[in-house]
Ligand binder design. Sequence first.
Ligand code: AMP
Length: 188
Amino acid sequence: MKYYVLFGPPGAGKGTQAGAMVERYNLCHISTGELLRSEIAAGTELGLKAKALIDNGNLVPDQVVEDMIEAKFRGTKGVDGFLLDGFPRTLAQAEALDSMVEKHGENVTACISIMIPDSLIKTRIAHRALVEDRADDARPEVVEHRIETYHAKTEPLIQFYKAAGKYKEIDGTGTIEEVRSRIFEAMD
Ligand code: AMP
């Protein structure tokens, strides 16, 4: 089984690129953000707790997303691997992922990192706010806070995956097609 981490700041295009990646490599796409948004839409207890955190641009507790990932690993059959989108987002989550994957006798295959400058993050999110109805995209101060959280808590993962020899950086600027072919080239 392949375990790919799809990494990048908010608005880098992870969700946009994931569809083509899962199709080409027969992967199961797991987006913790999407899973959390479905919990909110379904009005579950977990969704209610997560909503306030997400709407204010804060991360939900590590254990919550780790449990979601573990359940997906257990419940998914018939794929050649997983594409983790928006997870891990903290060093603790990255370490938890290593242990989960090791339990299955496997290793994280690679961290595919889509990189864009901070200036482009805001433009991309402002555009997404017009097409998708995400409360956390609508308020500039929340977007700002998510970018800060990314730099403080998530960016250290670059070093983590570099040290493990698993880090593959992709230039996320340009058209969707341009970024997609850079990703395919790296994964092939
Ligand atoms: P995303 O769709 O990946 O941008 O995620 C939207 C929001 O969901 C994030 O801003 C966080 O509040 C929450 N979230 C998603 N994934 C995680 C994660 N791995 N750890 C903590 N919070 C997360």
